[in-house]
Write a protein that binds this ligand. Structure first.
Ligand SMILES: C[S@@+](CC[C@H](N)C(=O)[O-])C[C@H]1O[C@@H](n2cnc3c(N)ncnc32)[C@H](O)[C@@H]1O
Length: 367
C-alpha cells in the first residue's frame, strides 16, 4: 500500500486493524507475549535509532559530557549550567542513562563508556569515532530530510567527493580515515619487522594524511617511507610530517595512481584501505605497478577489512557512502589471493588477530 507521508496522523491503518487486535488479545499465549517483547526491543532500536543519535549530538553540542566529567552535578545544578529548564534537563539525562552514557544518583555522572568514546578530555578516550560525530551532525542538519534523494543519487554531498577533487575535499575526507589509523598502524607495525641489518624502504600508496607512515617510521628506526598520494592531499601530508617531526624519514610523492608511474626499487609496498575502492581491473593494474616497483623478494601488504564482524565504523561508512559516488568492493581472502596471483605474487598469506573493526593484512612476495 502506498502511504501518504505528508499526513502526520497515520492511524488509518491502525484503526483498520484495531478490532482484530482487540479480538485476538485474549488468545495471545505467554509465548507470543514473550516473543513480542523480544521483537519490541529490536523494533525499539530500529524505530528509535534517531533518538539516541540526536541525544548524543545535543549532549556533545551543549557540552554536557564535559561539564559532568569535570564535576558530577545534581539536576538543578546541571539545569543551571546548561541553561535548560529542569524538566528537559531531566528528560535528557533520563534518556542518556538508558543509553548508559550517564548514571543518575544523588549526582549525575558520566559513565566509563561515555568517557571512552565521547569525552576527548578523559584519559581513557578512544578517538576513532569522534570525527564521525561532526560529519553525522552535518548530515542530519543538511541532508537528513532529503536522504532518500541521496539513496537515489539525485543529491550528493557538497563537502566531499570521491576521490577528493581538491585540497578542501581532501581536508574534509582524510580525518575520517585517520581516526582509525593508530589502531591499524599498531597492528601493521607488528608484522613489518625486518630481519635485515640495512635500511628498509617502503612505498605507501594512497597514504592518507601521512599519520600511518609517521607512526610506522617512529616504531621502526630502519624504515624509510615514500607516500604516494593525490596532489590535493600533499600539503596535508606535509603538515602531518612536520607535526610528527618525521620529514627526514618520509618523502611525499604527488601522483595520480590511475595514470602515473610508481617510483621504483622498494623493499615493501603498502596499500592500506585503498584497493577496496576499486574494481578488479583497476586493482590488477595497481598490483602490476606495485610488482614492478618492488625489488626481487619485495613484499606487498594489503590492509583491508577481511574479518567478521566488520565493525561499527563500517556501518557508518556504508550509510554515508550513499552521499558520494564511492564503491566498496569487499573481497574475501581467496579473492585477494587470486588477484595477487594473477599479477605474479606468491607466498600469499593472511594475518589477522581479530582485534579491530574486522581488519586484517594480506601479505605476498615478489619471488
Ligand atoms: C580510503 S583512503 C586510505 C588512506 C590511508 N591509506 C589509510 O589507510 O588511512 C584512500 C587514499 O587514497 C588516495 N587516493 C585516491 N585516489 C587516488 C589516486 N587516483 N591516486 C593517488 N591517491 C589516491 C586518497 O587521497 C586517500 O588518501
Amino acid at each position: 500500500m502506498k502511504q501518504n507521508f505528508d499526513i502526520v496522523e497515520k492511524f488509518d491503518l491502525w484503526n483498520e486493524y484495531c478490532e482484530y487486535w482487540i479480538d485476538r488479545s485474549p488468545l495471545l499465549s505467554q509465548k507470543d507475549i514473550q516473543s513480542f517483547k523480544d521483537e519490541r526491543a529490536k523494533a525499539d532500536v530500529i524505530l528509535n535509532g534517531f533518538i539516541s543519535t540526536y541525544l548524543l549530538l545535543s549532549a556533545v553540542e551543549m557540552n554536557l559530557f564535559d561539564v559532568l566529567h569535570e564535576t558530577p552535578l545534581d539536576l538543578p545544578e546541571l539545569s543551571e549550567r546548561l541553561n535548560v529548564p529542569e524538566t528537559n534537563a531531566y528528560r535528557l539525562v533520563y534518556m542518556l542513562e538508558k543509553m548508559q552514557l550517564v548514571t543518575i544518583k544523588e549526582k549525575i555522572e558520566v559513565t566509563d563508556f561515555a568517557k571512552k568514546f565521547f569525552i576527548p578530555a578523559s584519559n581513557s578516550f578512544e578517538p576513532y569515532l569522534w570525527p564521525r560525530i561532526g560529519f553525522t551532525r552535518l548530515f542530519l542538519k543538511k541532508y537528513g530530510p532529503i536522504f532518500s534523494e541521496m539513496v537515489k543519487t539525485n543529491v550528493q554531498f557538497d563537502e566531499i567527493h570521491w576521490p577528493p577533487k581538491n585540497e578542501i575535499e581532501s581536508r574534509n575526507f582524510e580525518p575520517i580515515m585517520t581516526a582509525e589509523v593508530p589502531y591499524l598502524a599498531s597492528f601493521l607495525s607488528q608484522h613489518l619487522l625486518s630481519n635485515s641489518q640495512k635500511d628498509v624502504t617502503m612505498l605507501d600508496v594512497g597514504g592518507g594524511d601521512g599519520t600511518m607512515a609517521s607512526i610506522l617510521v617512529k616504531k621502526h628506526l630502519d624504515l624509510y617511507i615514500d607516500i604516494l598520494n593525490l596532489p590535493s592531499a600533499c600539503s596535508i601530508i606535509e603538515e602531518t610530517l612536520s607535526r610528527w617531526n618525521t620529514m627526514s624519514k618520509i618523502t611525499v610523492f604527488p601522483a595520480n595512481f590511475l595514470q602515473d608511474k610508481f617510483p621504483q626499487g622498494y623493499d615493501k609496498i603498502l596499500f592500506s584501505r585503498v584497493l577496496v575502492d576499486w574494481e578488479d581491473a583497476v586493482v590488477c593494474m595497481l598490483l602490476k605497478k606495485a610488482f614492478n616497483a618492488l625489488k626481487p623478494k619485495g613484499e606487498i601488504y594489503i590492509l583491508e577489512r577481511i574479518n567478521k564482524p566488520d565493525g561499527i565504523s563500517r556501518s557508518w561508512l556504508t550509510f554515508m557512502a550513499m552521499g558520494v559516488e564511492a564503491h566498496v568492493f569487499a573481497r574475501s581472502f581467496d579473492e585477494w589471493k587470486k588477484l595477487l596471483e594473477t599479477e605474479g605474487f606468491s607466498n600469499i598469506s593472511k594475518i589477522t588477530d581479530g582485534s579491530f573493526e574486522g581488519y586484517g593484512i594480506i601479505k605476498a612476495i615478489k619471488c
